[in-house]
Design a protein around this ligand. Sequence first.
Ligand SMILES: [Zn+2]
Length: 389
Amino acid sequence: MTKAVLSSQEMLAKLVSFDTTSVRTNLELIHWVQDYLSGYGIKSDLIYDETKNKANLHAIVGPADKAGVVLSGHTDVVPTEGQAWDSDPFTLRDQNDMLFARGTCDMKGFIAVALAKLPQMLDRPLHAPIHFALSYDEELGCLGAHSLADHITKMPVMPKLCVVGEPTLMKTITGHKGICDLECRVHGKESHSSLAPYSVNAVEYAAELITYVKSVARRMANEGPFNKAFDPPFTTLHTGIVKGGTALNIVPNLCEFSFEIRNIPEVNSEELVEEIRQYAFKNLEPRMKDIDPKTGFEFKYTAGVHSFDIANDHAMVDLVLQLSGANSTEKVSFATEAGIFQNKGIPTVVCGPGSIAQAHKPNEFVAKEQLVKCENFLDRLVDTLRKAA
Ligand SMILES: [Zn+2]
């Protein structure tokens, strides 16, 4: 086995060369990382999805029987279709101290720096281990991280910290809102519009429920709960898509709409979903079913991400602040896998190179200066884990 030695930039060039757009497999990248790690005698566990086309990777560097630190990153990237790129999105372009390619900032930059540090991690014995935790399908709603976090929490010793390296300009992020996406299908009863009272208008019943969703949104905005660390400082709800009806003289028999909840950690989004469902079942459906028992509402979860919140005075937040050289924490509005790890009982912080402002856009880039900051962060982490008792 050869021990490949790559700089952070060389590692990043390698990682972005794999097209891991979420609709595709990520296995080429995962197998490459597995080979790289095994070159150093590090064994990886792969946790596959049902299709076996995608996998998470978990590997431990150092003593597995000690509480270590998880470095977590997602391997998938968002599509480049329809975006005007100035160069091939899967070839790293080095220009003006910036590195351009899909995934450079979201979030192969962090993974690249972490993997490139491997020789240094093995240089002298660690007293507590570093875990590499690479997931799939984050961009589709944090799908892979659940089985990855499960796998890690089944280890004999729980890690003491998880760092999710999403782009935060290396700032220490201690919370974000959760997301809960739902699709609602309203089944009505068709008829000629002149006979409207004898039928069930799916668009109108959808509108009644959409209005109720809006009333919940107003209540959240007016009555809270509030958390000033977030902007806006309360849970938001909104309906983003409505489809229904074919002609003005036909009472529509189907209407579909999608709504989302973005909850602060103080609010349980499942309770709000239940409130909305019960309103549909108890206040709207009886009138529909009086006309035709086959009519009614159907709900489906389409995506969800846990909210995430860790106390600013948590010892692990202190540690991350020290490692990054920052002196204050922030909350952000974008969602990450952090809530999944945190919910499994692993204290979690989000901190990684690059800016979210560059993510998901054409000509996505990470500044080289950001990779250097991340290298310094990991150098200090490795030092700390050598000293730790
Ligand atoms: Zn990301």
